[in-house]
Design a protein around this ligand. Structure first.
Ligand SMILES: *[C@@H]1O[C@H](CO)[C@@H](O)[C@H](O)[C@H]1NC(C)=O
Ligand SMILES: *[C@@H]1O[C@H](CO)[C@@H](O)[C@H](O)[C@H]1NC(C)=O
Ligand SMILES: *[C@@H]1O[C@H](CO)[C@@H](O)[C@H](O)[C@H]1NC(C)=O
Ligand SMILES: *[C@@H]1O[C@H](CO)[C@@H](O)[C@H](O)[C@H]1NC(C)=O
Ligand SMILES: *[C@@H]1O[C@H](CO)[C@@H](O)[C@H](O)[C@H]1NC(C)=O
Ligand SMILES: *[C@@H]1O[C@H](CO)[C@@H](O)[C@H](O)[C@H]1NC(C)=O
Ligand SMILES: *[C@@H]1O[C@H](CO)[C@@H](O)[C@H](O)[C@H]1NC(C)=O
Length: 403
């Protein structure tokens, strides 16, 4: 799921380095501070194929973006299955007058099964996840007590339960990070270490909780990613206890689910479900594709949730391709299948929607401010603290309550 009010699937890391004892060069500070007259208003993005409706509707392919494999060269610019991240091959060192003082990384989770909401009414094949375990448990800490077992979920169906699960049969929870997504998360951690420790000598070579903290959201898939990513960064930590910071679900700024009527009102004027003419125009222009897909999927053409945006089909088709599963065929007519060309059209439309909702729409900046502003304020606070530490020549620790 890529947007809507559902959980934002994000994990975050922040590095609080041992700051240097010398004050930053005053000249450089002056330069940094000079640029205060930049406009904070929304400005239109460059016109690209992504935000061109005619390209979304009448174009072909998917702009060279990758939707069907985790494997792509390190300099790939877009891979939906395994988004390119920092790595030693492509890292560009700034000139030596700059000193790295603080790093905060926010990234999307790795590849997963679809959300149950995005599955077709009748799936024609099952999806299994018995090549991994999802660990949930508790353990007495502070003070420690008897150790717990590392218990994990083993999804099963019972012959006495007559109900079929929504969407796919099989042994997955929808959603969960898949085995491939876990492996990609581990590689991501190894790449972070390769850059920030081996290449830049910025992070200590062993885990230091005063230096590095990890934050997850209330969406469990971010914890699944974190468990592998941490072990990828620090292999010696595999199977040890590592805290993941998380805010209370009701106020989690990284996965904002708290009420914000101003943001809701704004989004209802231009976003999913709105009558904003640009938004409705893209839906009207794509009705014939929608009809063809509904026929194959069995989705009721009147189902509002599948008609207000392309998000459901986008997630539904991309998650299959990322896991080398076939594009689906109709349960009643196996000859009638989703083609790669139809999938590409859905992906172009999804890209167009994402751009419109979060960038091209005039209201999008105000919307982001109101819906995600608390997290931005936390980020600004962390950056200010890091700068002050630099100015005072002090290492600022103890900020881990926020990150
Ligand atoms: C797509 O092409 C058709 C046929 O040329 C045209 O009528 C339509 O306006 C185009 N759609 C968009 C959104 O440009
Ligand atoms: C992915 O899609 C591209 C373009 O359609 C194709 O060339 C490539 O063979 C596909 N790769 C896999 C692993 O299916
Ligand atoms: C989508 O809407 C239909 C009715 O319009 C409803 O039956 C279905 O449960 C909804 N699905 C999701 C995932 O919200
Ligand atoms: C795709 O949507 C169909 C129809 O709702 C659903 O049954 C199927 O599980 C979905 N598949 C994925 C991968 O989301
Ligand atoms: C560990 O478990 C045993 C058996 O239940 C109990 O007697 C003992 O008090 C526990 N130890 C701690 C530290 O809780
Ligand atoms: C899913 O399981 C139900 C019974 O639980 C069965 O009737 C159905 O045929 C299965 N579907 C697939 C695609 O295996
Ligand atoms: C969709 O709505 C129309 C108009 O209300 C109705 O005639 C039609 O039967 C509905 N289709 C389905 C598949 O429910």
């Amino acid at each position: 799921m890529r947007f809507s009010s559902s959980p934002l699937p994000l994990a975050i890391l922040s590095y609080l380095p041992s700051l240097p004892t010398s004050a930053a060069e005053p000249e450089k500070k002056g330069k940094c501070q000079a640029n205060t007259d930049i406009s904070l208003k929304w400005h239109a993005p460059a016109q690209t194929k992504i935000n061109s409706l005619s390209s979304a509707i009448n174009g072909t392919g998917i702009y060279g973006f990758i939707f069907n494999s985790s494997q792509s060269p390190p300099d790939t610019n877009y891979n939906w299955c395994n988004m390119p991240h920092i790595n030693p091959t492509t890292y560009v060192r700034p000139d030596s007058s700059y000193k790295l003082a603080y790093v905060e990384i926010i990234h999307r989770h790795h590849k997963r099964t679809p959300y149950a909401d995005n599955t077709f009414p009748h799936e024609t094949y099952p999806w299994d996840c018995s090549d991994e375990g999802l660990f949930y448990g508790g353990r007495p800490l502070n003070p420690s007590g008897n150790d717990s077992a590392s218990t994990y979920w083993d999804v099963y169906t019972s012959p006495s339960n007559p109900l079929a699960p929504a969407g796919f049969n099989g042994t997955c929870q929808f959603p969960q990070i898949t085995r491939g997504g876990l492996d990609d998360s581990h590689q991501h951690g190894a790449d972070l270490f390769a850059v920030y420790s081996s290449l830049l000598n910025f992070l200590h070579s062993t885990y230091d909780p005063e230096q590095t903290t990890f934050r997850v959201t209330n969406n469990v898939i971010t914890s699944q990613v974190a468990s592998m990513l941490v072990a990828g960064m620090y292999p010696s930590l595999a199977s040890t206890l590592i805290p993941l910071q998380i805010q209370s679900a009701s106020i989690d700024s990284l996965e904002p689910a708290y009420p914000c009527s101003a943001a809701d009102a704004l989004s209802s004027r231009y976003g999913v479900g709105s009558t904003n003419p640009t938004w409705t125009a893209h839906l009207s222009a794509s009705t014939s594709l929608k009809k063809r897909l509904d026929k194959i999927s069995g989705v009721n053409p009147n189902a509002t949730n599948w008609s207000q945006s392309w998000d459901h089909y986008f997630d539904n088709l991309s998650s299959r391709l990322c896991h080398q599963k076939p594009l689906p065929c109709s349960a009643t007519n196996p000859e009638n299948c989703v083609t790669q060309e139809m999938a590409n059209s859905v992906f172009r439309l999804g890209e167009w929607e994402y751009d419109f909702l979060y960038r091209s729409a005039r209201q999008s900046l105000e919307f982001s401010k109101s819906s995600f502003g608390i997290w931005i304020a936390e980020l600004a606070d962390n950056l200010r603290s890091a700068t002050e530490g630099e100015r005072d020549g002090l290492a600022r620790y103890g900020r881990r309550s926020s990150f």
